[in-house]
Write a protein that binds this ligand. Sequence first.
Ligand code: FAD
Length: 376
Amino acid sequence: AYPYDYLIVGSGLFGATFAHFAHKRGARCLVIDKRPHLGGNVYCQDVEGIHVHQYGAHIFHTSNKRVWDFVNSIVPFNRYTNSPVANYQGRLYNLPFNMNTFYQMWGVVTPEEAAAKIEEQRAEALAKMRAEGATEPRNLEEQALALIGRDIYERLIKGYTEKQWGRQCTELPAFIIKRLPVRLVYDNNYFNDLYQGIPVGGYNRLIDGLLEGVDTRTNTDFFDDRAHWEQMAPTIVYTGQLDEFFEYRYGHLNFRTVRFETEVKPQPNYQGNAVVNYTDAAVPYTRIIEHKHFEQFGQQVYDNPHTVISREYSTEWQPGMEPYYPVNDEANNALADRYRALAATLSPSVIFGGRLAEYKYYDMAPIIEKVMGMWE
Ligand code: FAD
């Protein structure tokens, strides 16, 4: 007889949400995580009373009312609205590209003036491409120029994209940028979703709420004693790396990662916004996150005399680093498919779920939606 119905490997949003629903239905669950804390990548560390998003800034957003109502039933969410600012050579521009950006860029005031300016710059870029004999954009630079023109490309896209990928835009494929939405309205709200926010009291509250009443163990790596953990339950919910589960027998799946340089500042307000992108190639980091602005608004910012910032550096992933973003190119997708075929042979006694085990980028809301669907 097994002591549990489910052994859940990984306490990120997939594992924690799965455990929540299983526990509610009366199943006995054990959640293990190799990290010293629960929560996976949404975990926040408390530094000087500020919730620091240790694995990268996380903003919850969804248009799915059931998902929104569900997470709010675990912990209420605040009204944080993501409106990043770009800093290019000391000048600031609002994102995403909207009337504020166009006013800052060209001094244009009406939507007609902005549209005409963008059209003029696109036409210029397309004429240049055609003069060189190209009928289609041959790389990311030409694609961006054809979509939005020189000024926005050079000041807000080029340097940022080159830092993100560690390659020149002229050497990146055009398909990376399919569309560049422009808004001819004065609206800096980054997401188009109906709902967005941050859990009041931080993400750890969400994880603690999901895992209430569930047995958990941290500092516990499934692979340190695989045979032992496999005796714990007839069904394993696995949310770790897909290739690692199969001992990398076909080779390593690749990832992109981010290095964070986090610093406590002896001042209450460093940059006045949660997210500032540095779009100039000469600045080595891509963004600075100032964590308190996710949860403290207006004058509340000054209640705490300190602030915590994180500079983000895009970095090539090596085994041993945090695997953040799957690289969904042809070679990696083909390799992942071979592992997925192996995984399918273990169904239903092993359920592979989440961003690492599916080798697929998921935002938080789709993860929750997926697990909710499994329990309906
Ligand atoms: P994870 O959170 O990674 O959890 C997996 C867990 O499994 C980890 O805790 C790990 O320690 C554990 N584990 C792995 N192997 C083992 C093992 N062998 N034994 C025991 N435990 C193991 N989504 C948004 O909606 N908005 C955002 O703003 C946003 N920002 C993001 C920024 C970054 C940099 C990244 C990488 C992702 C971001 N996401 C965002 C996506 C979000 O992080 C994911 O949707 C979410 O983390 C997925 O949860 P998960 O449970 O699949 O994975």
